[in-house]
Ligand binder design. Sequence first.
Ligand SMILES: Cc1ncc(COP(=O)(O)O)c(C=O)c1O
Length: 452
Amino acid sequence: MPSDYTGNYDLERDFKNIWHPCTQMREHESAPLLLIEKGDGVYLIDRDGKRYIDVISSWWVNIFGHNHPRLNKALKDQLDQMAHVMFAGITHSPAINLAESLVKLTPSNLTKVFFSDNGSTSVEIALKMSLQYWKQVGENQRTKFVYLSGSYHGETLGALSVCGINLFREKFKNVLMENLEVQGPDCYRCPYDLKPESCKAECFEHLEKALEKNRGTVAGVIVEPLVQGASGMKMYSPVYLEKLQEACEAYEVHTVYDEVAVGFGRTGSLFVCDSRGLKPTFLCLSKGITSGYLPLAATLTSDQIYQAFYGEPASMNLFIHSHSYSANPLACACANETLSLLTKNNFLENMKPKIKFLKEAGSSLSEIKWCGEFRQIGMIAAIELVQDQLSKDAFPLKDRVGYKVYLEGLKRGVFMRPLGDVIYFIPPLIITNEEIEIMMNAAFESIEAVLG
Ligand SMILES: Cc1ncc(COP(=O)(O)O)c(C=O)c1O
């Protein structure tokens, strides 16, 4: 039992009719699901009133904590106006305001916003726009995307076609689009034996070679800037992104920045691309956009792309990707409030000492004998557990080390669902130093409890 339930519940009923995502349902025969009834700041509160720090921001979406008074109000105010309306032939102020803010806050080449409702779809849209663009400008042969090993862009079939993690793509590989996987950065197990301080992103040579070899047939390159989330919060140098920008310009291919996970302040700046003068052709946003209140996504692109779709009323050049809940007004209202919270009162500037504190508090994890690497960028941190620090060998899968640490964490009041044996921290940005300390101590104790 992961948590000390005291109530008299029918625990089997919790999963009798529901099939949960990313879950071997049989697990719950022995480990009950956590039934959460309430959220309060960084805390989740279960049916017994037990509080857990939401260490991973409910799958990385929550920026300002649960039950935030200003977000609640923004949502309620919009609800009194209109819950939803279709988004073709009709527009509305929450979406107009949001698009305007996003364009102001992202690189200057991004001037058009296409709304949808989840991260995978924001990627699908970027891929489809890119392909259709090349077709409409007469470059039909540009049909392939280059993606990195270890990359994750969602789980629809298009997004899986640019996924560099076997766990997700293997079962469907026979039906996926044929794209080009290249070896991506792997700083912990760097094949060049370089240290992050002196690295010049030598590993970029793989991508460069792929662009050279496939000159004229590549539509675009897709990356998760700075952090490959699903593959274990693997972090890499911004130099890689600078080289990518140069190469994409030289080979005239699109760059797709998937900032679904890292956008909205996670890395310490609002967006990775904006903080470093990078200019992607497409920028995919979701997750933190509504601070975890409602599903929403946006794909931003340039006027050059937009113009290739702009034609006579009867022309078939239009972009067709229509979801019923595109630009839902309630979600847009939450997004507008999220952006207001993020950009006013020096919120991101004031976060700097907290980022430093997270780094210091987390570095105590490096002392653990099983710590392969402790890594951190902004408010994202992770410890990769290995069975041997020298060889960097992972624990056998069957040992389920990460999962056992997760169960220990629940006992200690932290919800830190791991990625394999990577225990990671991507808490709501409003977490206090005191809560960071509680979270890190709980992680330390949980790892010790499992591995000794
Ligand atoms: C980088 C990245 N892209 C896309 C997605 C897919 O987003 P969603 O789960 O909303 O479809 C995720 C989800 O974790 C992600 O991390």
